[in-house]
Design a protein around this ligand. Sequence first.
Ligand code: 5GP
Length: 114
Amino acid sequence: MMSDNIFQKIIDRQIKANIVYEDDRCLAFHDIGPQAPVHVLIIPKKVIATHDAITEADRDLLGHLHLVAVKLAGQLGLHDGYRLVVNCRESAGQTVPHLHMHLLGGRPMRWPPG
Ligand code: 5GP
């Protein structure tokens, strides 16, 4: 069940995480396996399993996640830039069935990603 996913457990404080931001709509915390000096996950509290499950009703929520990303990037010192990643479904690398935005920065990044 989606409510059993690991990020829901972090929201519910059943599992510990290094939380850097929280409000009524979202939570942000450091990734347990960082791929860059700064690697934060920004997640909605609403359970949305995959990016392609978003609807018109989520429009404001998604904008909010982006604004939180901008705020955190500034607070975490990513003044030279950063990368936002949303992996949608397994073949794109999604491993946790709860929509999340990766905020990565603090090192040079190449393109295209692997
Ligand atoms: P995905 O591969 O689904 O796009 O990203 C999932 C991310 O969640 C991975 O980068 C992984 O390291 C991170 N992750 C998985 N389990 C945990 C956990 O229990 N705590 C934290 N902080 N991050 C986790």
